[in-house]
Design a protein around this ligand. Sequence first.
Ligand SMILES: O=C(O)c1ccccc1NCC(=O)[C@H](O)[C@H](O)COP(=O)(O)O
Length: 266
Amino acid sequence: MTILDRILREKEKEIALLKEQSFNNSMNESKPAVKAVQSFRNAEHMNVIAEIKRSSPSKGKIAMMVDPVKQAKLYEASGADAISVLTDETFFNGSMDDLQAVQKAVDLPILCKDFFLDEVQIDRAKAAGASIILLIAAAMSAAKLKDLYQYASDQGLEVLCEVHNEREMETAIDIGAAIIGINNRDLKTFKVDLSTTRHLAAMVSDPDTVLISESGMQTCEDASQASKNGAHGILVGETLMRSSDVTALISSLKVPLKEGGFPNAR
Ligand SMILES: O=C(O)c1ccccc1NCC(=O)[C@H](O)[C@H](O)COP(=O)(O)O
């Protein structure tokens, strides 16, 4: 059984519990929905989605003692364009409370980075203040991906549709995903290969698609490579969490965006 299988099995239990509880959607005081990530394509510099990540299955403990609000404020002050909050408790030591606290503290769009398999999780993320959710193509059938994508869009949320291989990219394109995240980390083997972005970005021909290169980003050279490959944004977790100078790091990652977008969009 792969780590992704194990995570998804836990999620099924979490979903069953969520359905037993009833949380009050009307308590949501989230800011008005704006298509923030979709506007990434108009930027001149690389958009940085800075992640709050205490630990991970691949790296173990990263920053267990982090204060998510302090870290989020630092990200915002340093020029991050959005904040990703890992909300899974079992495998990443995150929580929905983290997301809610971060959302109240900053004005940036907030990505709820979790393993979504059901509408009830989308409702909960929205209620906590997320403006973007993640849908992982490897986690579900194409039909389910399409349904959850539609559901989240109907709720006014943006969707980062994550792919890791050609088949998943074809599915994301087929369902009309407006924002596609290319994960350089194979969620089954944990191997990180930044050339995944180059390889899969070449399949995209719709100039309106926003591409995000996810995982393994460490240096401005990595960000430049992602830009050259057509990414409009990068999602950075561990490197930022371990950095002693977040401001300098984010500034260095905001490299110029390649004119004309990704290779096939010309
Ligand atoms: O990071 C992991 O070990 C991991 C394992 C299994 C599923 C998902 C995982 N990570 C979630 C992410 O997508 C990353 O946190 C995100 O892309 C940032 O990656 P990094 O900059 O390498 O921390």
